[in-house]
Design a binder for this molecule. Structure first.
Ligand SMILES: C[S@@+](CC[C@H](N)C(=O)[O-])C[C@H]1O[C@@H](n2cnc3c(N)ncnc32)[C@H](O)[C@@H]1O
Length: 305
Protein backbone atom coordinates (compact mmCIF):
# COMPACT_ATOMS: atom_id res chain seq x y z
CA UNK A 1 0.00 0.00 0.00
CA UNK A 2 1.35 3.46 -0.86
CA UNK A 3 0.41 6.21 1.62
CA UNK A 4 -1.14 9.27 -0.03
CA UNK A 5 0.66 11.40 2.60
CA UNK A 6 4.17 10.60 1.39
CA UNK A 7 5.81 8.81 -1.53
CA UNK A 8 8.52 6.59 -0.08
CA UNK A 9 11.80 7.17 -1.89
CA UNK A 10 13.88 4.25 -3.25
CA UNK A 11 11.87 1.79 -1.19
CA UNK A 12 12.96 -1.42 -2.97
CA UNK A 13 16.60 -0.31 -3.24
CA UNK A 14 16.70 0.54 0.48
CA UNK A 15 15.28 -2.78 1.61
CA UNK A 16 17.41 -4.82 -0.83
CA UNK A 17 20.53 -3.12 0.55
CA UNK A 18 19.53 -3.75 4.15
CA UNK A 19 20.07 -7.48 3.42
CA UNK A 20 17.22 -8.50 5.72
CA UNK A 21 17.83 -11.81 7.47
CA UNK A 22 15.69 -14.16 9.54
CA UNK A 23 15.38 -13.20 13.19
CA UNK A 24 17.03 -9.83 12.58
CA UNK A 25 16.16 -6.61 14.40
CA UNK A 26 15.87 -3.53 12.17
CA UNK A 27 15.77 0.16 12.96
CA UNK A 28 13.84 2.71 10.91
CA UNK A 29 15.18 5.89 12.52
CA UNK A 30 13.01 8.21 10.36
CA UNK A 31 9.65 6.45 10.40
CA UNK A 32 7.65 9.23 8.72
CA UNK A 33 4.55 7.69 7.17
CA UNK A 34 6.01 4.20 7.63
CA UNK A 35 6.81 3.43 3.97
CA UNK A 36 10.22 1.86 4.53
CA UNK A 37 9.03 -0.01 7.60
CA UNK A 38 6.11 -1.42 5.62
CA UNK A 39 8.48 -2.61 2.89
CA UNK A 40 10.82 -4.22 5.46
CA UNK A 41 7.86 -5.93 7.10
CA UNK A 42 6.67 -7.24 3.71
CA UNK A 43 9.88 -9.15 2.99
CA UNK A 44 9.58 -12.91 3.20
CA UNK A 45 11.95 -13.16 6.17
CA UNK A 46 10.84 -13.81 9.73
CA UNK A 47 11.99 -10.58 11.25
CA UNK A 48 12.35 -10.43 15.05
CA UNK A 49 11.14 -6.82 15.20
CA UNK A 50 11.37 -3.36 13.66
CA UNK A 51 12.13 -0.42 15.95
CA UNK A 52 10.65 2.79 14.54
CA UNK A 53 11.73 6.25 15.63
CA UNK A 54 10.45 9.67 14.67
CA UNK A 55 10.79 12.99 16.44
CA UNK A 56 7.27 13.99 15.35
CA UNK A 57 4.51 12.41 17.40
CA UNK A 58 1.79 13.08 14.83
CA UNK A 59 3.78 11.20 12.16
CA UNK A 60 4.07 8.23 14.51
CA UNK A 61 0.30 8.24 15.09
CA UNK A 62 -0.36 8.20 11.33
CA UNK A 63 2.24 5.51 10.66
CA UNK A 64 0.71 3.35 13.41
CA UNK A 65 -2.60 3.34 11.50
CA UNK A 66 -0.86 2.36 8.27
CA UNK A 67 1.15 -0.40 9.96
CA UNK A 68 -1.53 -1.84 12.22
CA UNK A 69 -1.94 -4.95 10.04
CA UNK A 70 1.81 -5.56 9.81
CA UNK A 71 2.83 -9.17 10.38
CA UNK A 72 6.02 -8.03 12.13
CA UNK A 73 6.37 -6.83 15.69
CA UNK A 74 6.91 -3.06 15.63
CA UNK A 75 8.08 -0.82 18.47
CA UNK A 76 7.37 2.92 18.14
CA UNK A 77 9.54 5.52 19.87
CA UNK A 78 9.15 9.29 19.71
CA UNK A 79 12.71 10.62 19.99
CA UNK A 80 15.45 12.43 18.16
CA UNK A 81 17.70 9.89 16.43
CA UNK A 82 20.73 11.73 17.79
CA UNK A 83 19.86 10.15 21.17
CA UNK A 84 19.83 6.64 19.71
CA UNK A 85 22.19 5.26 22.38
CA UNK A 86 19.71 6.29 25.10
CA UNK A 87 16.49 5.12 23.43
CA UNK A 88 17.30 1.61 22.23
CA UNK A 89 18.49 -1.16 24.46
CA UNK A 90 19.63 -3.77 21.96
CA UNK A 91 21.90 -3.91 18.93
CA UNK A 92 20.27 -4.05 15.50
CA UNK A 93 21.03 -5.80 12.19
CA UNK A 94 20.27 -2.87 9.91
CA UNK A 95 19.32 0.79 9.95
CA UNK A 96 17.45 2.95 7.46
CA UNK A 97 17.72 6.72 7.67
CA UNK A 98 15.58 8.64 5.15
CA UNK A 99 16.42 12.22 6.00
CA UNK A 100 14.43 15.45 5.98
CA UNK A 101 10.67 15.77 6.33
CA UNK A 102 7.72 13.98 4.75
CA UNK A 103 5.19 15.40 2.31
CA UNK A 104 2.63 15.17 5.11
CA UNK A 105 4.73 17.59 7.21
CA UNK A 106 5.59 19.83 4.25
CA UNK A 107 1.98 20.27 3.18
CA UNK A 108 0.47 20.54 6.66
CA UNK A 109 -0.30 24.25 6.92
CA UNK A 110 0.02 24.28 10.72
CA UNK A 111 3.67 23.20 10.53
CA UNK A 112 4.94 26.20 8.53
CA UNK A 113 7.46 24.33 6.35
CA UNK A 114 6.09 25.40 2.98
CA UNK A 115 6.65 28.81 1.38
CA UNK A 116 3.13 29.00 0.00
CA UNK A 117 0.23 30.12 2.11
CA UNK A 118 -0.73 32.15 5.07
CA UNK A 119 0.90 29.79 7.58
CA UNK A 120 2.76 30.68 10.74
CA UNK A 121 6.53 30.38 10.50
CA UNK A 122 7.18 27.32 12.63
CA UNK A 123 9.24 24.48 11.02
CA UNK A 124 9.67 22.44 14.21
CA UNK A 125 9.77 18.66 13.72
CA UNK A 126 9.22 18.13 17.44
CA UNK A 127 6.47 20.47 18.64
CA UNK A 128 7.76 20.40 22.24
CA UNK A 129 10.87 22.32 21.25
CA UNK A 130 10.86 26.09 21.84
CA UNK A 131 12.96 27.39 18.94
CA UNK A 132 10.84 28.18 15.85
CA UNK A 133 11.53 29.79 12.47
CA UNK A 134 9.48 32.77 13.72
CA UNK A 135 11.95 33.31 16.56
CA UNK A 136 14.96 33.23 14.22
CA UNK A 137 13.42 35.53 11.62
CA UNK A 138 12.00 38.04 14.11
CA UNK A 139 14.77 38.21 16.72
CA UNK A 140 18.18 37.11 15.35
CA UNK A 141 20.67 39.79 14.19
CA UNK A 142 21.49 40.44 10.51
CA UNK A 143 24.80 38.63 10.99
CA UNK A 144 23.22 35.61 12.65
CA UNK A 145 20.58 35.27 9.92
CA UNK A 146 23.08 35.91 7.14
CA UNK A 147 25.54 33.30 8.52
CA UNK A 148 22.80 30.73 8.84
CA UNK A 149 21.51 31.30 5.27
CA UNK A 150 25.06 30.94 3.97
CA UNK A 151 25.93 27.85 6.00
CA UNK A 152 22.70 25.87 5.80
CA UNK A 153 21.20 27.17 2.56
CA UNK A 154 24.33 27.97 0.53
CA UNK A 155 22.27 31.07 -0.41
CA UNK A 156 24.46 33.46 -2.38
CA UNK A 157 22.33 36.50 -1.45
CA UNK A 158 22.52 35.63 2.25
CA UNK A 159 23.50 39.09 3.44
CA UNK A 160 20.98 40.97 1.26
CA UNK A 161 18.12 38.70 2.35
CA UNK A 162 19.10 38.94 6.04
CA UNK A 163 19.28 42.75 5.80
CA UNK A 164 15.87 42.93 4.08
CA UNK A 165 14.36 40.67 6.78
CA UNK A 166 15.66 42.96 9.55
CA UNK A 167 14.58 46.12 7.68
CA UNK A 168 11.05 44.74 7.14
CA UNK A 169 10.58 43.56 10.72
CA UNK A 170 11.63 46.96 12.11
CA UNK A 171 8.23 48.15 10.75
CA UNK A 172 6.10 45.02 10.95
CA UNK A 173 6.49 41.51 12.37
CA UNK A 174 7.14 38.78 9.79
CA UNK A 175 4.23 36.54 10.72
CA UNK A 176 3.71 34.07 7.90
CA UNK A 177 5.62 31.95 5.40
CA UNK A 178 4.11 34.09 2.65
CA UNK A 179 5.44 37.32 4.27
CA UNK A 180 8.93 35.81 4.31
CA UNK A 181 8.65 34.57 0.72
CA UNK A 182 7.66 38.05 -0.46
CA UNK A 183 10.73 39.54 1.25
CA UNK A 184 12.98 36.95 -0.44
CA UNK A 185 11.31 37.55 -3.82
CA UNK A 186 12.43 41.19 -3.68
CA UNK A 187 16.06 40.00 -3.65
CA UNK A 188 16.00 36.72 -5.58
CA UNK A 189 14.31 37.34 -8.92
CA UNK A 190 13.04 34.04 -10.25
CA UNK A 191 15.39 33.14 -13.10
CA UNK A 192 15.28 29.35 -12.77
CA UNK A 193 12.55 26.84 -12.12
CA UNK A 194 13.65 26.59 -8.46
CA UNK A 195 11.52 28.71 -6.13
CA UNK A 196 13.56 31.77 -4.94
CA UNK A 197 12.71 30.90 -1.31
CA UNK A 198 13.99 27.30 -1.45
CA UNK A 199 17.44 27.93 -0.01
CA UNK A 200 16.27 30.27 2.76
CA UNK A 201 13.53 27.87 3.86
CA UNK A 202 15.98 24.94 3.79
CA UNK A 203 18.43 26.92 5.93
CA UNK A 204 15.78 27.89 8.48
CA UNK A 205 14.50 24.31 8.75
CA UNK A 206 18.02 22.96 9.30
CA UNK A 207 18.73 25.65 11.91
CA UNK A 208 15.43 25.21 13.78
CA UNK A 209 15.84 21.43 14.06
CA UNK A 210 19.65 21.37 14.27
CA UNK A 211 19.41 18.77 11.55
CA UNK A 212 23.08 18.50 10.56
CA UNK A 213 24.24 18.16 14.18
CA UNK A 214 21.69 15.38 14.70
CA UNK A 215 22.98 13.46 11.65
CA UNK A 216 26.60 13.79 12.80
CA UNK A 217 25.73 12.66 16.30
CA UNK A 218 23.74 9.68 15.03
CA UNK A 219 26.54 8.59 12.67
CA UNK A 220 29.11 8.76 15.47
CA UNK A 221 26.94 6.42 17.54
CA UNK A 222 25.87 4.10 14.71
CA UNK A 223 28.83 1.76 15.03
CA UNK A 224 27.83 0.98 18.64
CA UNK A 225 24.23 0.05 17.81
CA UNK A 226 24.92 -2.20 14.78
CA UNK A 227 25.82 -5.86 14.92
CA UNK A 228 28.78 -6.93 12.77
CA UNK A 229 27.62 -7.23 9.17
CA UNK A 230 24.66 -4.89 9.82
CA UNK A 231 23.95 -2.39 7.08
CA UNK A 232 23.47 1.36 7.45
CA UNK A 233 21.38 2.69 4.55
CA UNK A 234 21.09 6.49 4.33
CA UNK A 235 19.03 8.57 1.90
CA UNK A 236 19.93 12.27 1.70
CA UNK A 237 18.20 15.09 -0.18
CA UNK A 238 20.76 17.87 -0.44
CA UNK A 239 24.50 18.30 -0.69
CA UNK A 240 25.03 19.34 2.96
CA UNK A 241 23.55 16.06 4.21
CA UNK A 242 25.26 13.96 1.55
CA UNK A 243 28.67 15.49 2.30
CA UNK A 244 28.39 14.51 5.97
CA UNK A 245 27.43 10.92 5.12
CA UNK A 246 30.11 10.56 2.43
CA UNK A 247 32.85 11.87 4.75
CA UNK A 248 31.66 9.69 7.61
CA UNK A 249 31.81 6.48 5.57
CA UNK A 250 35.18 7.43 4.10
CA UNK A 251 36.71 8.04 7.52
CA UNK A 252 35.05 4.92 9.01
CA UNK A 253 36.51 2.77 6.26
CA UNK A 254 40.05 4.04 6.65
CA UNK A 255 42.42 1.96 8.76
CA UNK A 256 45.02 4.65 9.35
CA UNK A 257 45.02 8.41 9.84
CA UNK A 258 48.80 8.87 10.15
CA UNK A 259 50.32 11.56 7.88
CA UNK A 260 51.43 10.07 4.52
CA UNK A 261 55.07 10.94 5.35
CA UNK A 262 55.04 8.67 8.41
CA UNK A 263 56.53 5.24 7.60
CA UNK A 264 55.20 3.26 10.56
CA UNK A 265 51.57 3.56 11.58
CA UNK A 266 50.95 4.30 15.26
CA UNK A 267 47.47 5.90 15.09
CA UNK A 268 45.54 2.82 16.32
CA UNK A 269 42.62 3.84 14.09
CA UNK A 270 40.19 0.98 13.55
CA UNK A 271 38.04 0.45 10.48
CA UNK A 272 34.39 0.45 11.57
CA UNK A 273 32.49 0.34 8.25
CA UNK A 274 33.00 -1.08 4.79
CA UNK A 275 31.54 1.10 2.03
CA UNK A 276 29.05 -0.89 -0.05
CA UNK A 277 28.09 1.89 -2.46
CA UNK A 278 31.23 3.39 -4.01
CA UNK A 279 28.94 5.82 -5.86
CA UNK A 280 25.59 6.95 -4.41
CA UNK A 281 22.50 5.16 -5.72
CA UNK A 282 19.98 7.48 -7.41
CA UNK A 283 16.26 7.01 -8.05
CA UNK A 284 15.37 5.60 -11.46
CA UNK A 285 13.94 7.91 -14.14
CA UNK A 286 10.63 6.14 -13.67
CA UNK A 287 10.60 6.94 -9.93
CA UNK A 288 11.47 10.60 -10.61
CA UNK A 289 8.62 10.83 -13.14
CA UNK A 290 6.22 9.40 -10.59
CA UNK A 291 7.59 11.41 -7.68
CA UNK A 292 9.56 14.51 -8.82
CA UNK A 293 10.63 15.33 -5.25
CA UNK A 294 12.79 12.18 -5.28
CA UNK A 295 15.07 13.72 -7.94
CA UNK A 296 17.67 14.99 -5.48
CA UNK A 297 17.84 11.77 -3.43
CA UNK A 298 21.13 9.91 -2.97
CA UNK A 299 21.51 6.63 -1.14
CA UNK A 300 24.76 5.55 0.50
CA UNK A 301 25.34 2.25 2.25
CA UNK A 302 27.92 1.03 4.75
CA UNK A 303 28.36 -2.33 6.47
CA UNK A 304 29.50 -2.53 10.08
CA UNK A 305 32.80 -4.40 10.52
C1 LIG B 1 11.51 11.76 4.65
S1 LIG B 1 10.59 11.45 6.09
C2 LIG B 1 10.63 9.68 6.18
C3 LIG B 1 9.61 9.03 5.32
C4 LIG B 1 9.50 7.53 5.52
N1 LIG B 1 10.71 6.84 5.17
C5 LIG B 1 8.33 6.99 4.70
O1 LIG B 1 8.57 6.33 3.70
O2 LIG B 1 7.18 7.24 5.06
C6 LIG B 1 11.69 11.85 7.38
C7 LIG B 1 11.13 11.69 8.77
O3 LIG B 1 12.20 11.80 9.69
C8 LIG B 1 11.79 12.52 10.82
N2 LIG B 1 12.98 13.15 11.41
C9 LIG B 1 13.73 14.14 10.90
N3 LIG B 1 14.77 14.41 11.71
C10 LIG B 1 14.67 13.54 12.76
C11 LIG B 1 15.47 13.32 13.92
N4 LIG B 1 16.57 14.03 14.17
N5 LIG B 1 15.09 12.34 14.77
C12 LIG B 1 13.99 11.58 14.52
N6 LIG B 1 13.20 11.77 13.44
C13 LIG B 1 13.53 12.73 12.56
C14 LIG B 1 10.78 13.52 10.30
O4 LIG B 1 9.88 13.90 11.32
C15 LIG B 1 10.09 12.73 9.17
O5 LIG B 1 8.93 12.12 9.62
Amino acid sequence: MESNLHFTVMKQEAVKNLKIKNNGIYLDATLGMGGHTEEISNTKKNINKIICIDNDLSSIELAKIRLKKSRTKIEFICANFKDIDKVIKEKVDGVILDLGISTYQLLNSKRGFSFNGNNKLDMRINLKQTLTADKIVNSYSVKEISDLLKKYGEEKNHFKIASEIVRYRSKKKISTCEDLSEIINKINKNKSNINPSTRTFQALRIAVNKELDAIEEFLEKSEKILNTGGRLVIITFHSLEDRIVKRFFKSSESKCICPPTQLICDCKKKQTFKIISKKPIRPTEQEILLNPSSRSAKMRIGEAI
